[in-house]
Design a protein. Structure first.
Length: 321
C-alpha cells in the first residue's frame, strides 16, 4: 500500500509537466540571442529558429540581449520562467569560459538546462604576410628565436581567441605577447597592417583574407580539416594535437525546465539542425552542425569548462574572481 501511495504521489507531481509536454508548444517561443543582430549567434538563431517555427507551427521570436560578451543574455535565460517558452542560443564564452574568468550570476550547469549542442566552428591560426613563416614548424622556430618579440591579437581578454593563443603558447613553449582588441574587425585590421604578427579567430572571419592572399593560414584547431578550407592542415597534422580550439553554440533553457519539455525542445531543435536547407544556409559560416542529446551536451560543457579553466590557471591569466 505504501509503495502504491508513493507511486501515486509521484505521478501526481509529474502530471503537470507531462500535460505541458503533451501540449507543447501551445504559443510562441522567445529565443534569446546574447549578442547584437548580425553576428554568428544571431544568424544561427534566425535560421534554426525559422525552421523550428515551421515544424512547431508556432512563432519563434528572436530577442537580442547583447552585453558583457554574452553573459547578460545568458543570465536572462537562466532567470526566465522555466516553462520552455524562453530559451537561448549561447556560445562557448558564456558557458565554459566566463564562469571561470569573472563573477557571473548563474551556474551554467545548475541554472541552465542543456538542450542541444547546435554547431562548432574552428579557430584558425594565421600570420601577417610579412612574417617569415609559412607553416607551424617555421612559426614556432621563429618565436623561439625571438622570445617576447612576436605578438598575437585577440578579440579581448578571456575570449576564445585569447585562450586559443595562450594554449598555443603553452603547448609550443614559446614566449609571445597578447595584444587584446575590442572585437575581430580591429584585430584583423592591425594584422593586415602588420602591427601584430598572428591571431586565432573563427574560420569564417579569416577566409576572405586567406583567399585574397593577405594573410597566411598556419592551421585550424579542429580534429578534421574544414570543408571551406581543405588546404589548411589541422593542428594535429602539424604536430600540435593538444591545440584544439573551436568556438561553439548551444541551445539552453532555464535550469528548472521539466525534463519532458527539454525532450520536446531537443526533438524539435535537432530536427531543424539536420534539415538540408538549414545546413545549406549556414554553410557559408563555416559551421559544423551537430544536434546531440541534452546529456551529451552537458558532458561537453563540463569538459570544455575544465579544459579552459586549466589554460587560464596555467597561463596565469588575471580573473575577476
Amino acid at each position: 500500500m505504501k509503495v502504491r501511495a508513493a507511486l501515486a504521489s509521484a505521478l501526481l507531481l509529474l502530471w503537470p509537466a507531462l500535460g505541458q509536454a503533451e501540449d507543447f508548444p501551445a504559443r510562441s517561443i522567445r529565443l534569446i540571442v546574447p549578442f547584437p543582430p548580425g553576428g554568428p549567434n544571431d544568424i544561427i538563431a534566425r535560421v534554426i529558429g525559422q525552421r523550428m517555427s515551421e515544424l512547431m507551427k508556432q512563432p519563434v521570436v528572436i530577442d537580442n540581449r547583447g552585453g558583457q560578451g554574452g553573459v547578460l543574455g545568458t543570465d536572462a535565460v537562466a532567470k526566465a520562467n522555466p516553462d520552455g517558452y524562453t530559451i537561448g542560443i549561447v556560445s562557448a564564452g558564456a558557458l565554459a569560459i566566463s564562469p571561470t574568468m569573472e563573477n557571473v550570476n548563474y551556474d551554467p550547469l545548475k541554472d541552465l538546462q542543456p538542450v542541444t549542442l547546435v554547431a562548432k566552428v574552428p579557430e584558425m591560426l594565421v600570420v601577417a604576410s610579412n612574417v617569415p613563416a609559412s607553416n607551424m614548424k617555421e612559426l614556432v622556430a621563429l618565436a623561439k628565436a625571438q622570445p617576447g618579440k612576436l605578438n598575437f591579437a585577440s578579440t579581448g581578454p578571456g575570449g576564445l581567441p585569447h585562450l586559443a593563443g595562450e594554449l598555443f603558447k603553452l603547448s609550443a613553449k614559446i614566449d609571445i605577447v597578447h595584444v587584446p582588441y575590442r572585437g575581430a574587425a580591429p584585430a584583423v585590421n592591425d594584422l593586415l597592417g602588420q602591427q601584430v604578427q598572428m591571431t586565432f579567430l573563427d574560420l569564417p572571419i579569416l577566409l576572405p583574407q586567406i583567399k585574397a592572399g593577405s594573410l597566411k593560414a598556419i592551421a585550424i584547431g579542429s580534429p578534421q580539416r574544414a570543408p571551406t578550407a581543405m588546404d589548411v592542415p589541422t593542428t594535429a597534422e602539424v604536430g600540435m594535437p593538444e591545440v584544439l580550439a573551436e568556438n561553439w553554440y548551444g541551445m539552453v533553457a532555464p535550469g528548472a525546465t521539466p525534463p519532458a519539455i527539454i525532450a520536446a525542445l531537443n526533438k524539435i531543435a535537432t530536427e531543424a539542425i539536420r534539415d538540408p536547407a538549414v545546413k545549406e544556409k549556414l554553410a557559408s559560416q563555416g559551421l559544423e552542425l551537430i544536434g546531440d542529446t541534452p546529456e551529451h551536451f552537458r558532458n561537453f560543457i563540463e569538459a570544455e569548462s575544465a579544459k579552459w579553466a586549466k589554460v587560464i590557471r596555467d597561463a596565469h591569466i588575471p580573473t575577476e574572481k
